[in-house]
Design a protein around this ligand. Structure first.
Ligand code: ARG
Length: 460
């Protein structure tokens, strides 16, 4: 057991206590950040005259050697150490001797772990944004190919008005775009360096916190040392943003599951993204979509867990905060793999344009447009609504659709109907007349698609 303390103790730590307290099993993930932070710390100490240049050089070289050896698989992270910080320091001292004992001057594990987590999460925020951008480009590609793929738009899962597949996917483009923007917001707020906060009250050494912050690409140092070691807001924000990503993917998955069903057959999930049944030979199940939907609960769990852990903690550092890691790492891994698989599933999704279009023609998705037609002929909207309601009832009884009725049948219900009704309620007209920005009409849609292209190019 390598532990960094013990001087004031007269007894060995109980084995169970040691294991319960240890975090190396999961904080080993912060190895690179820990080494980077330590190298910066000694550079700063030397610049301030707290360490000599030769002490700096041998500590930095020692740390770099540890990094190289772990990366190359020559050195195994020793899981009998209490945490990743103890491992790096013990290994350093083993390699370079007493000078290694100067590494921790003017630093506490409290600001050290706060730094390591920030460095790690900062990278992950960027990585999540990158994965979201890949998802957005696949969505955009599908939008571009389906500006004239007509389908029913739904409310209450009932056919409402015709839209296009481009428009439907466009809704998700907006959602995932906002998710990406949330990553950028989090980055802006979190990119301040806690190193130098010490255990809670700063240190008596003349540290140059601006310098450390600058070396690691932070905007500057954090402004309150107690807050610096106890702030997990940025992580909670990140979990909230990841929960939102999952919520959006989960809704999308739910639709794909419905659309992929035998009843709908709007889309077909590629064989590579489906699974079979061990008993029913005919089955091709949308397991990936279901798993993404299912894993959403797990990510929400991480958010709730962190909020609950933090809610009663007095300032400053408390060991409870060590609980920030396992759940957030798990949530992060989950979200990243879900985005990758979901992107692949969409990219290979087969769209059944005919089924969608046929479905949009049956089910009276053009009823509003038929009412609007009568309004254009001078009938007040409320009356037109009633007339079309009766027309729909007539069609249901005859098992037909508005556009399949003869002019005589139409005129029997309202004298206002003329030949031009067929054009007015055709699927194409219903969609293409919706031209205001944000609506599904092709012209409006193409303008939005152009904006999306610009956004993904990065010159938004
Ligand atoms: N493993 C601890 C954590 O994750 C590191 C900080 C420990 N500090 C302390 N005073 N015990 O929070």
């Amino acid at each position: 057991m390598a532990q960094l303390w013990g001087g004031r103790f007269t007894k060995e730590t109980d084995r169970l206590v040691y294991d319960f307290n240890a975090s190396i099993r999961f904080d080993r993930r912060l190895f690179h950040q820990d080494i980077e932070g330590s190298i910066v710390h000694v550079k700063m100490l030397a610049k301030q005259g707290i360490l000599t240049e030769s002490e700096r050089d041998s500590i930095a070289a020692g740390l770099e050697g540890i990094r190289e050896d772990v990366d190359a698989g020559r050195l195994v992270i020793d899981e009998t150490c209490e945490d990743i910080h103890s491992f790096a320091e013990a290994e350093l001292i083993r390699r370079i001797g007493d000078v290694g004992k100067k590494l921790h001057t003017g630093r506490s594990r409290n600001d050290q772990v706060a730094l390591d987590m920030r460095l790690y999460i900062r990278e992950q925020v960027i990585e999540t944004d990158r994965l979201l951008k890949e998802l957005l480009s696949v969505i955009l590609k599908i939008m571009e190919e389906n500006v004239e793929t007509y389908m029913p738009g739904f409310t209450h899962l009932q056919k409402a008005q015709p839209v296009t597949l481009a428009h439907h996917f466009g809704a998700y483009f907006e959602m995932f775009k906002r998710d990406g923007q949330r990553m950028a917001d989090i980055y802006e707020r979190m990119n301040y360096c806690p190193l130098g906060a010490g255990a809670l009250a700063g240190t008596t050494y003349p540290l140059d916190r601006e310098y450390s912050a600058e070396l690691m690409g932070f905007y500057g140092p954090t402004m309150n040392s107690m807050d610096s070691v106890s702030d997990r807001d940025y992580l909670i924000e990140f979990m909230a943003a990841l929960s939102m990503v999952m919520m959006h993917m989960s809704r999308f998955c739910e639709e794909i599951i419905i659309w992929n069903s035998n009843e709908y057959q709007f889309v077909e999930i590629d064989d590579a993204y489906s699974t079979g049944s061990s008993i029913m030979p005919q089955k091709k199940n949308p397991d990936i979509a279901e798993l993404v939907r299912g894993k959403t609960g797990r990510v929400y769990g991480a958010l709730m867990s962190l909020l609950t852990t933090m809610k009663g903690l007095p300032l400053a550092y408390n060991k409870d905060m060590q609980e920030d890691k396992e759940v957030s790492f798990d949530a992060l891994d989950t979200v990243k793999s879900c985005i990758v698989l979901f992107t692949g599933m969409l990219d290979t999704l087969k769209v059944n344009k005919e089924r969608m279009e046929k479905s949009a023609m049956n089910g009276f998705a053009n009823a509003t447009d038929a009412a609007d037609y009568l309004v254009m002929k001078g009938v007040p909207f409320r009356d037109a609504h009633g007339i079309i309601g009766r027309l729909v009832l007539y069609c249901i009884e005859k098992n037909t659709s508005i556009d399949a009725l003869s002019l005589a049948e139409l005129k029997a219900i309202s004298e206002q109907f003329d030949e031009d009704i067929y054009e007015a309620v055709s699927l194409k007209t219903c969609v293409e007349k919706r031209l205001t920005i944000g609506a599904p009409g092709a012209e409006a849609m193409r303008r939005v698609i152009e904006l999306h292209r610009e956004y993904l190019k990065g010159d938004d």
